[in-house]
Design a protein around this ligand. Structure first.
Ligand code: HSE
Length: 324
């Protein structure tokens, strides 16, 4: 094989990647709005000689994760290398699952973003992966941009598609907004939940959501007291409720008590956008009192940074020197 066809990444080069969980839709902003949250998957990716693949995954749900090239992080890396015309080296991937899988907290979007950022880190100095290329590749892999945009860029993101592909605008969230997520033990595959959202809706429902999602930008950035009205939705949550009755009951109980509760992404977790940390505690107490279903409450902050990658080559070599 001619050297020009070898991967440009030297074996041993190592990067560390960190990607936040995300909650998409936020009620009315179906496939459009997303929020990055302070819960992170972390991975270390080391380049190996071409053709080698080692995957070491731990954490909840790791038994179900493939250990071959169908692993989503590896697929995203291969997609990125192919997109920029470079050969991928062999890969040793070490990760711990923190973002729970199948719960509506953007775990697949985080895996896609992690793979793209790992490729960006390994190719640093050779190829420039700008924000619009990253968002385009991530959206092509994920199918919709509302999780991958905040996973890449942090904060509150508005994502939309135009003739040039996916676009985004990042906004800073008002400091009075305190996110709280209730995570159940059961899962809801996104593909199933997407099949329940209708392809056509009455015009008054579309107008309802246009008004609420416009209001939601004001509520999240300036006026948290409007969050309850601003998180109402008629495009997807009612249609999905039949598949997640416990989630639906919890959203209704919280909203009846004045909390801005919504389905997180396509579920089954519930996101509460509380207007202050005190209200968040009240919501957690209410949930403990109204349901026997175990819901794990996660008091989180908005992540403002998004996914990061750093060169870890030195640290990795010191770790292996110490270990030997
Ligand atoms: N907007 C997507 C949906 C998010 O609701 O199907 C999936 O995480």
């Amino acid at each position: 094989m001619s050297p020009a066809l070898l991967s440009p990444v030297v074996a041993g080069r190592t990067v560390a990647v960190r990607v936040p969980a995300t909650s998409a839709n936020l009620g009315p902003g179906f496939d459009t709005l997303g929020l990055a949250l302070s819960l992170y998957d972390e991975l270390v990716v080391q380049a190996l000689p071409e053709g080698e693949l080692r995957i070491d995954v731990t954490g909840p749900g790791s038994d179900a994760v493939p250990r071959d090239e169908s692993h989503l992080v590896v697929r995203a890396m291969a997609y990125a290398f192919e997109a920029v015309g470079r050969r991928m080296p062999g890969i040793a991937l070490t990760s711990t699952i923190v973002i729970p899988h199948g719960r509506g907290l953007g775990s697949s979007g985080a895996a896609v973003v992690a793979g793209l950022l790992a490729a960006r880190g390994l190719l640093a100095g050779d190829v420039e992966f700008g924000p619009s290329l990253l968002l385009r590749l991530a959206t092509e892999l994920e199918g919709h941009p509302d999780n991958v945009a905040p996973a890449l860029f942090g904060g509150l993101t508005i994502a939309w598609m135009d003739e040039h592909g996916p676009q985004h605008k990042k906004l800073l969230v008002h400091r009075g907004v305190a996110p709280l997520v209730f995570v159940p033990e059961f899962v809801m595959p996104t593909s199933v939940a997407r099949g329940l959202a209708p392809l056509q809706v009455p015009r008054e429902d579309a107008v309802f959501n246009v008004s609420r999602s416009a209001l939601l930008i004001a509520a999240l950035t300036q006026s948290p007291e409007l969050l309850l009205a601003a998180t109402d939705d008629k495009l997807h949550q009612n249609y999905r409720a039949q598949a997640m009755p416990d989630t639906d009951s919890l959203v209704r109980a919280l909203r009846a008590a004045g909390f801005a509760a919504v389905l997180s992404g396509s579920g089954p977790s519930v996101l509460v956008l509380a207007d202050g940390p005190g209200r968040r505690l009240e919501a957690a107490r209410l949930v403990a009192s109204v349901t026997d279903t175990p819901w794990e409450p996660l008091m989180l902050a908005v992540d403002f940074k998004g996914g990061t990658v750093r060169d870890y080559t030195e640290d990795a070599s010191q770790t292996s020197t110490r270990a030997s």
